[in-house]
Design a binder for this molecule. Structure first.
Ligand SMILES: *Cc1c(COP(=O)(O)O)cnc(C)c1O
Length: 380
């Protein structure tokens, strides 16, 4: 099955043997009746499993070309489950330009449990080798990175991980499987904040893991059930509905993203635009090789790098909503220095490029002309 068909039908067989409903019913139940102790029809308690969530989990596996899918209460709950594969003394090598919540989970929760994290630039995958030792158990990759849109070569990372017998996990939230399929490039685990493009309508918080190895899947299923950060049936239904338009939505995100990126690049008041689709992007060749298109996430800096001017721009936007998050049908704008990265000291955030005037856009699927007109009136 090709991607566009999988987005709609992947894993969706025998959805409703009772009445043949085309969409899986929302099994809003916590438990299931048993005829005799242990005599049930495959489900006994909804933390362990729920038919609506199971339908979504099969769809998750299908779109990432994986054998197993697991759905969690949030993206961070999914990451939390992955790190719980580790033990005190184990080490993780992670992307440095990382989603802030992931960084917080690693440093403020798991470091206290004795897991050691190395945050490094991975645009040259070879950098990873220097940090590998006998305790290294996991390489954590996010690409494109947030908010600087750096690109990391997944295939090269997979080669290094295989050579040293280390797990490779890829946060594929920004790219979506429509544009980038890490399993095919050698990743062991794919992770999503389904809150973003997979759900696609800014109405659900959810996380996902996709993987192939049966033993690893069994261990992660055990952690999912034992730790309990599962998503509910209603949210499962909503994300399953979102998935059915993933391909058409992301296609339009890419078209609009290109138009907005090019508009910003030509604007006399704009200093720099970060978007992997530009030939001058330092990792453009890698992006071209591992992604089918370049997505709708764009960051830019105005000339003069003025903090207050950046705030004024995001406040003046009318169609772009000033808000955290990304990946919904509606366009969003954010100011990392005062929002997502406010807790990071100025010198630290500037090292990775998060300067005062950096603005991040999640370009939605509205009419592109309306979006550029909105930027025009806001930037002035
Ligand atoms: C939002 C996000 C997360 C965290 O997901 P939640 O659903 O908010 O818990 C992780 N990684 C990336 C890249 C994200 O954008």
């Amino acid at each position: 099955m090709k991607f566009n068909t999988k987005a709609i039908h992947g894993g969706q067989h025998d959805i409703d043997p009772a009445y043949g409903s085309v969409m899986p019913p929302i099994y809003q139940t916590s438990t299931y009746s048993q005829t005799t102790p242990g005599g049930h029809k495959g489900f006994e308690y909804s933390r362990s499993g729920n038919p609506t969530r199971a339908a979504l989990e099969r769809a998750f596996a299908s779109i990432e070309n994986a054998k197993h899918g697991l759905a969690f209460a949030s993206g961070l709950a999914a990451i939390d489950a992955v790190i719980k594969l580790l033990k005190p003394g184990d080490e993780v090598i992670s992307t440095n330009d990382l989603y802030g919540g992931t960084y917080r989970l690693f440093t403020k929760i798991f470091e206290d449990f004795g897991v050691k994290f190395h945050f490094i630039g991975m645009e040259n995958a070879e950098n990873i080798e220097a940090y590998i030792n006998d305790n290294t158990k996991l390489i954590w990759v996010e690409t494109p990175t947030n908010p600087m849109m750096n690109i990391i070569d997944i295939k090269k990372c997979a080669g290094i991980a295989k050579k040293h017998n280390i797990l490779l996990a890829v946060d594929n939230t920004f790219a979506t499987p429509y544009l980038q399929r890490p399993m095919d490039l050698g990743a062991d685990i794919v992770m999503h904040s389904a809150t973003k493009y997979l759900g696609g309508h800014s109405d659900v918080v959810m996380g996902a893991l996709m993987l192939n190895d049966d033993e690893l899947a069994e261990r992660l299923f055990f952690i999912q059930n034992a730790s309990g950060a599962v998503c509910g049936p209603m949210d499962s239904f909503l994300v399953l509905r979102g998935l059915k338009t993933l391909h058409v939505r992301v296609q339009r995100h890419c078209e609009n993203g290109k138009k907005v990126a090019e508009y910003l690049r030509d604007h006399p008041k704009i200093e720099k635009v970060y978007w992997p689709g530009f030939e001058e992007h330092p990792n453009h060749e890698v992006a071209k090789a591992q992604m089918d298109d370049f997505g709708g996430m764009i960051s830019f800096v105005t000339k003069g790098n003025d903090y207050d001017e950046a705030i004024r721009i995001v406040e003046r936007l009318k169609i772009f909503t000033l808000a955290e998050s990304l990946g919904g049908v509606e366009s969003l704008a954010g100011h990392p220095a005062s929002m997502t990265h406010a807790s990071i000291p100025k010198e630290e955030r500037e090292k990775t490029g998060v300067v005062d005037a950096l603005i991040r856009l999640s370009v939605g699927i509205e009419d592109a002309a309306d979006l550029t007109a909105d930027l025009e009136q806001a930037i002035g």
